[in-house]
Ligand binder design. Structure first.
Ligand code: DAK
Length: 259
């Protein structure tokens, strides 16, 4: 079934797919249906061998202005518990292929959390990142206190979470939250360019390297190094390792197959 709130481009460049959040009338507020569609779309792209990297964007005005407040406003704690939005977010988090967020305009609350759940972020000059949940009487619920703090440090995260202040793309770049800032006309193109750079690498090595970098967030250094070593050895079981090293020795470009 066609998603209502997403536009999916299976191939915007070689081995690169693009998912656009498409609920512009509500600044791409992340309602339950949109998140469920996103989960399904990412699952399908993750399983598609033609796809090696995925760009996730909104539109120029908003990446996403947060979870849908109209859907949450009247809910009880038990309603929230029963809705179990976390299973959707957890499934998205399990995407093995690299996700690159292309952010323009608002990335707020759940929108900022969704961008941070991606592996890299390219932003337009108009991008504004924020965790304004405090202004509506709650607090971040999908990683905003954790991923933001790890990315930009306690002082800046605490200020954003406790005051709801937005930061600009330039501030986000200086703080280490994002990878690049571009003029508005170029942010999507730049994100696709970055995705293409990743998509020419061995897809197996990319997935295992992503997994190992993410391991740094929830393990001790010793455990993380052990995990890294395991994946490093494992890649020597791949044809791509043979191809990559042979291509280097033969002074030619490698042709990776993901095997
Ligand atoms: N939800 C629903 N509708 C929203 C929305 C949102 N988050 N943000 C904007 N809209 C709607 C507006 O209501 C308006 O709709 P109409 O009145 O035209 O029908 C339309 O989008 C345009 O918005 P504005 O007229 O307000 O546009 P402005 O340019 O004046 O202001 C703004 C833009 C982004 C500053 C403002 O719209 C705003 O403050 N929006 C709310 C931002 C916010 O508080 N975001 C955090 C929401 S809480 C969880 C996962 C995630 C979360 C929680 C749990 N689990 C896994 C359990 C996340 C929670 C949140 O994100």
């Amino acid at each position: 079934m066609q998603p209502e709130f997403l536009i999916i481009h299976q191939q915007v460049a070689t081995h690169v797919a693009h998912i656009q959040l498409n609920r512009p009338e509500a600044l791409n507020a992340l309602n339950l249906q949109l998140m469920s569609e996103l989960k399904d779309a990412l699952k399908a792209l993750d399983a598609d061998p033609q796809v090696r990297a995925v760009v996730l964007s909104g539109n120029e005005k908003a990446f996403a202005a947060g979870a849908d407040i109209t859907q949450m406003a009247g809910k009880s704690a038990i309603d929230m518990y029963n809705t179990d939005q976390f299973s959707t977010w957890d499934a998205i988090k399990k995407t093995k292929k690299p996700l690159i967020a292309a952010v323009s305009g608002f990335a707020l609350g759940g929108g900022c959390e969704l961008a941070m759940l991606c592996d890299m972020i390219v932003a337009s000059e108009t991008a504004r990142f924020g965790q304004p949940e405090i202004k509506i009487g709650v607090m971040p619920g999908a990683g905003g206190t954790q991923r933001l703090t790890r990315a930009i440090g306690k002082a800046r995260a605490m200020e954003m979470v406790l005051t709801g202040r937005f930061i600009t793309a330039e501030e986000a770049l200086a703080a280490g939250l994002i990878n690049r800032v571009t003029p508005v006309a170029l942010y999507l193109e730049e994100a696709v360019k970055l995705a293409k750079e990743v998509a020419v690498m061995s897809p197996l090595a990319v997935k295992m390297a992503k997994e190992a970098v993410l391991k740094a967030f929830d393990s001790s250094l010793e455990e993380g190094l052990h995990f890294e070593r395991r994946n490093f050895y494992l890649l020597f079981a791949s044809e791509d390792q043979k191809e990559g090293m042979q291509a280097f020795l033969e002074k030619r470009a490698p042709a990776f197959k993901g095997e």
